[in-house]
Design a protein around this ligand. Structure first.
Ligand SMILES: *Cc1c(COP(=O)(O)O)cnc(C)c1O
Length: 420
């Protein structure tokens, strides 16, 4: 395989963009080498500027559950764009999209369309602060909720009470207001809530964690999160930016039988265009301007081209067989496990439906601490070898792999052959 043109374009891009990219993980920093510049995609495959074609397991980080360049979505986008790409005024299609979303996720009684997952979570945090009149928030170690200042705080030891900035530029005051708890740890959560209950505005959680690699929630843990927040008047925010429409036609909250107060969506609902949403209880959402005092706005919010893409995508998605997708992912993961076991390489594969992560560690991965026991050097070698075999994996251990409805049995077979 040749990567000459990608390398040349990357050198050029480094003159314009910090690190040559417009989002950090694209730079291949965690796995080494120079990023692929992609020319086109179709179904489960992408082709780079050097003409190499890969089976793609990144799928725009989960946005493309139907695959690349879905004909119905392409047609809807062209049609909408020809009618004008933005008006900064209401359109009928926004309500159509809201109808589909709120039918699929009934807890979203009212919602707002925004343009990125980051905007959705940032707005939901501000709203919960405005609604409760409280300042502090709780997030879980290893969960990612976009790059809003309050959310870029991670836990080190003692971080739950101290607040240690995870990014330069996040003020100490904001960090102090973000309390961090280990994922799946009920007693740690109880302790934090007991200590700060009256000043906690919200708890934000990935109901299946997918940004430290895939980590499954404990059912009792999720129920405890719901019970505790309800008891103390704390807004529970489900960040379903990845999980929304990933496991069935709706939120994972329905499968988990948990009703959050607010939900954030992104990725899948835009069909590959920039659209996201936050919404929930009417009583809380009515605090958003112009009805209420919490300000949130957007020039391109509810953008007609993006809404058309989302609507077209959801229409096709509704006809799809999620059980078959789950089954395909199970087969792929069983094959992976078998190959590694045969080579006496201890791996833990966490899978939730069509999301999965191979951790190079013998121990179960249940939170960020155990996720970090994975041998990331091994992951980097795995990534590189797979890339050369025509398989595009996420360029970081701490990301999920995404199977889509466009992946065929042949793709799965080719992937397993490459792994061998
Ligand atoms: C991707 C992601 C976000 C951020 O969405 P952007 O569109 O990248 O801003 C937020 N939360 C979760 C769970 C995500 O996976």
């Amino acid at each position: 395989m040749k990567f000459d043109r990608s390398r040349k374009l990357f050198t050029e891009a480094c003159r314009y963009f910090p690190g040559g990219v417009n989002s950090p993980v694209r730079a291949f920093g965690a796995v080494g080498g120079s990023p692929l510049f992609i020319k086109k995609g179709a179904g489960s495959k992408i082709t780079d500027v050097d003409g190499n074609t890969y089976i793609d397991y990144v799928m725009s980080w989960g946005a493309l559950i139907l695959g690349h360049a879905v004909p119905e979505v392409v047609a809807a986008v062209s049609k909408a764009a020809a009618l004008g790409s933005s008006f900064g005024a209401p359109t009928e299609s926004e309500s159509k999209l809201a109808t589909v979303i709120s039918h699929a996720i009934p807890s979203m009684e009212r919602l707002r369309l925004v343009s990125s997952g980051t905007e959705a979570t940032m707005s939901a945090i501000r709203l919960s602060r405005g609604f409760t009149g409280r300042d502090k928030i709780i997030k879980f170690d290893g969960c990612y909720h976009g790059h809003g200042d309050s959310l870029l705080v991670k836990a080190g030891s003692g971080a739950a009470t101290q607040g240690i900035p995870g990014s330069a530029g996040v003020t100490a005051a904001l960090s102090r207001d973000t309390l961090v708890c280990p994922y799946n740890d009920i007693s740690a959560l109880r302790k934090i809530v007991a200590q700060h209950a009256a000043s906690i505005a919200c708890v934000i959680i990935e109901p299946v964690a997918a940004n430290m690699g895939v980590v499954m929630p404990d059912a009792a843990f999720l129920q405890a999160v719901r019970d505790l927040t309800a008891r103390h008047g704390i807004v529970l925010i489900y960040d379903e930016v990845i999980t929304g429409f990933r496991f069935h036609f709706g939120g994972v909250q329905t499968l988990q039988k948990i009703k959050p107060d607010l939900t954030c969506l992104g990725k899948i609902i835009g069909g590959g265009l920039p659209i996201a949403a936050y919404g929930g209880k009417k009583e809380i959402m009515d605090c958003v301007a112009p009805l209420g005092q919490v300000y949130q706005a957007g020039t391109l919010s509810g953008n007609p081209v993006a809404v058309a893409a989302g609507l077209a995508m959801l229409k096709v998605l509704k006809t799809k067989d999620y059980a078959a997708l789950d089954h395909k992912a199970a087969r792929l993961c069983e094959g992976l496990k078998e190959s590694f076991t045969r080579k006496h390489m201890p791996v833990t594969i966490n899978r939730a439906g069509s999301l999965f992560t191979v951790f190079f560690t013998p121990q179960p991965v249940t939170d960020f601490t155990t996720a970090r026991t994975s041998d990331t050097k091994k992951y980097a070698a795995y990534f590189k070898a797979m890339l050369h075999a025509g398989i595009n994996l996420p360029p970081s251990q701490f990301e999920a792999q995404f199977l889509s409805f466009s992946h065929t049995d042949k793709d799965v077979a080719l992937t397993l052959r490459a792994v061998k």
